[in-house]
Design a protein around this ligand. Structure first.
Ligand code: MN
Length: 230
């Protein structure tokens, strides 16, 4: 059987120390830090919920490089959300939280970039968020660090600065739904496969960026992710 068009390019994320991680799906957890849930107008006590971004939304940023994203179309309120990204190395369905660590290949620093105005419009109308969340280049991500090197990441500072000024600050231990619980819940709804990425939610302090701004995110144990807006 011959493809009648060229096969689409496989999205990949660089791995710290060498190699690449091919991306299958990008799952995202909504409102997973209490203070961020409150800043978005919620209590922080709701059950978890999920949305997806297309695999080719990733903007891979190699170690020591500054990634580049174009200011996206249609929005006037383009927001940063710094997040711990979990990479799945072993698939499965109905994975119990206690078994979840065996499915994690590694971790990265990621940005769940958001067209907040469009997301808000869709929310108000009870429509899907895709246009606010799942747009081109909406998932910049730094090098994956193997779990074999970091161990299980359960705590540690997560921060984001814009042009050197601190905007978001939290700790991984403040996740409402832990990484392991998140894997349990996602794998109850979808079959996880090697290559899946999970954006685990953002701490409080989300806000807009403009052309010319440089974002620098960091998570203890994973280094930094630097991305400039063109
Ligand atoms: Mn997010």
């Amino acid at each position: 059987m011959n493809d009648v068009i060229p096969a689409p390019a496989q999205a990949r994320v660089p791995v710290s120390g060498g190699g690449t991680f091919p991306v299958h799906r990008i799952y995202c957890v909504g409102r997973n830090y209490a203070e961020h849930a409150v800043e978005m107008g919620f209590t922080g006590r709701e059950p978890p919920f999920f949305f997806l971004k297309p695999a080719d939304a990733v903007v891979p940023v190699a170690e020591g490089e500054t990634g580049q994203v174009e200011y996206p179309s249609l929005t006037r309120n383009y927001h940063h959300e710094i997040e711990l990204v979990v990479a799945i190395g072993r698939g499965g369905r109905d994975i119990a939280a206690a078994q979840a660590p065996q499915h994690i290949w590694g971790y990265a620093v990621g940005l769940d970039m958001t067209r907040r105005d469009l997301q808000g419009d869709m929310k108000k109308q009870g429509r899907p968020w895709c246009i606010g969340k799942a747009f081109d280049h909406s998932a910049p991500i730094g090098p994956l660090v193997p779990k074999a090197r970091t161990g299980e990441l359960l705590a540690g500072a997560i921060t984001l600065s814009v042009n050197g000024s601190l905007k978001q600050q939290g700790d991984l231990r403040e996740l409402i739904w832990s990484v392991n619980e998140t894997i349990e819940q996602i794998s109850a709804a979808w079959t996880l496969v090697p290559g899946d990425l999970i954006f685990t939610g953002t701490p409080a302090g989300v806000g807009p960026v403009a052309r010319g701004d440089v974002m620098e995110g960091a998570i203890a144990g994973l280094g930094t992710l630097k991305v400039a807006v063109r």
